[in-house]
Design a protein around this ligand. Structure first.
Ligand code: SF4
Length: 303
């Protein structure tokens, strides 16, 4: 099946199934191009909560599709690749978090959306990389147990000095592949370029950056900047939108290893199969969903 056939069939099936396709900024370019909405976790969570379509096809990884189901329980939520997970989300279980909570009973628990529904269900509030600083600033507690990304926790701690942030020792394996040598090499090769990175990178990478932000913030920064060259320190998928938005600008990926294998599992044919066979449906047990919903709704209300 060639791409043109798949695109036509996906568009036909989308109408037939009353479906909306959501795709993360890290998805393959051809998958982003057939999506109704492309964005970061926050934008996609809001879109999932607001869509009037009966079916949501979530092109991303499992925790994202789960969040869509938590926010839209009456919709059929499909994930085209059932093996697309997130090692960062898998780095903490509900049981581990419950043990950690007992060590810091006075702390508010803030979980990055890159976590399972079960972990969200035992957290006080969720956050994304777009709103993590705001969510922490909004907390009434001076002590925050922040899970599961230690790099995002470190970034937030730099921005919010009046609260103690206790991080969980998890990290994104994709962003962790960037080395200081990559930074030196990129800056030597492109001395005029601004370096834009995601807060999931380590502190030593972050401190060399001109801008730190979520995928959407990075895309918007490059679009609105007067600069002409940018070194990009996040997953390769964001380059697609950046090049479309600003074809006259130059973008250099900070490391050739910035490719998330899980995000790249969803191909056009998987989206087609998903709509054709209504696979793979995402379920969240209702008792877990209700508690996780509280955590996500609190986050959305802070926006
Ligand atoms: Fe998980 Fe990192 Fe891949 Fe995002 S880029 S899905 S955090 S492994």
């Amino acid at each position: 099946m060639d791409d043109l056939f798949l695109v036509n069939e996906i568009n036909r099936l989308k109408i037939e199934r009353d479906a909306c396709i959501l795709a993360h900024n890290y998805q393959l370019p051809e998958v982003q191009d057939i999506a109704d909405i492309v964005g970061d976790s926050l934008a996609l969570s809001k879109a999932a909560a607001e869509t009037t379509n009966k079916v949501i096809v979530f092109c991303g990884v499992k925790f994202m599709a789960e969040s869509a189901k938590i926010l839209s329980p009456d919709k059929t939520v499909l994930i085209p690749s059932k093996y697309a997970g997130c090692p960062l989300a898998d780095s903490i279980t509900k049981e581990q978090l419950e043990i950690e909570k007992k060590k810091y009973p006075e702390a508010e628990v803030i979980c990055y959306v890159n976590s399972s529904a079960e972990v969200k269900a035992v957290s006080d509030v969720s956050c994304t990389s777009s709103n993590a600083v705001k969510v922490v600033q909004n907390s009434k507690s001076n002590k925050i147990l922040f899970v599961p990304d230690e790099n995002l926790a470190g970034y937030v701690a730099e921005q919010v000095s009046d609260k103690e942030i206790i991080p969980w020792a998890g990290h994104c394996i994709t962003h962790a592949r960037i080395t200081v040598d990559d930074v030196i090499k990129a800056q030597e090769e492109h001395p005029e370029a601004e370096m834009l990175v995601h807060p999931e990178v380590s502190e030593e990478i972050r401190e060399n950056a001109d801008f730190v932000g979520s995928t959407s913030a990075i895309i918007n920064y490059a679009k609105n900047s007067d600069g002409k060259e940018f070194i990009i320190g996040t997953e390769i998928g964001v380059l697609h939108k950046m090049k479309k938005d600003s074809p006259e600008k130059q973008f250099y990926l900070l490391s050739p290893r910035l490719v998330c294998e899980n995000m790249k599992m969803t191909r056009l044919v998987d989206v087609y199969n998903s709509l054709m066979n209504m696979q793979y449906e995402v379920f969240v047990p209702e008792n877990v969903r209700i508690k996780a919903l509280g955590s996500l709704e609190k986050m959305i209300s802070i926006e």
